[in-house]
Ligand binder design. Structure first.
Ligand SMILES: [Fe+2]
Ligand SMILES: [Fe+2]
Length: 194
């Protein structure tokens, strides 16, 4: 069976029928998002960058620590994915994770993921001749303490080669559940038909 395709060659010519076809494909494609995210996360496997653990181990360790401390499922998924942008956002990795998570988590978790790089810098910027207190620019922000806490408890502490983190399989169902429900998207009407 030939796949149905829209008939336009420029969007100006598009019709509701065209967009009905496109809309019907969107749901299938969106349903594959957790798989694409997990596949991309696995690219961090074996990528040490000089650290004592590779970036996938670090991600799993961060998520395991958050889970064992009793954080919410959304929080644990944020912890798992917080460095997923290292591959494509080598100079701004937190923004990549934040953008991927944004439709699926609340504003606080989004902010933590987006700003964690500056807060994590408290633990090493001074070793690179940088200002470790850059996070102070956010002092007083409603999510300052939560972001500092994320880095202190789960992120800066997740470089232990001897730590027995849970495997990625353990977190997969959590990723699927969190990514099943967009809370915050321009396309909400399409993404969640009544
Ligand atoms: Fe990071
Ligand atoms: Fe990290």
């Amino acid at each position: 069976m030939t796949e149905q395709r829209a008939q336009f060659s420029s969007m100006k010519e598009g019709t509701a029928a065209d967009w009905s076809i496109i809309g019907s494909h969107f749901m299938d494609y969106a349903a594959g998002l957790p798989d694409r995210v997990l596949t991309h996360l696995k690219l961090l496997d074996g990528d040490y960058g000089g650290f004592p653990v590779d970036r996938l181990q670090h991600s799993l360790q961060t998520a395991t620590r958050a889970h064992q401390a009793g954080e919410s499922e959304s929080y644990v998924v944020m912890a798992l994915l917080h460095d997923i942008g290292d591959t494509l956002g080598s100079y701004n990795h937190p923004e990549i994770a934040a953008a991927i998570l944004k439709p699926f988590v609340d504003e606080k978790l989004h902010w933590i993921s987006e700003q964690h790089g500056i807060f994590q810098g408290y633990y090493f910027f001074h070793h690179l001749g940088m200002n470790r207190d850059m996070r102070e620019a956010f002092r007083g922000h409603e999510h300052f303490e939560d972001t500092a806490r994320f880095c202190e408890l789960y992120d800066q502490s997740a470089f232990d080669p001897a730590y027995e983190n849970a495997p990625l399989d353990f977190f997969e169902p959590m990723v699927r559940r969190v990514f099943a429900r967009p809370l915050n998207t321009l396309y909400k009407a399409v993404a969640q038909p009544a």
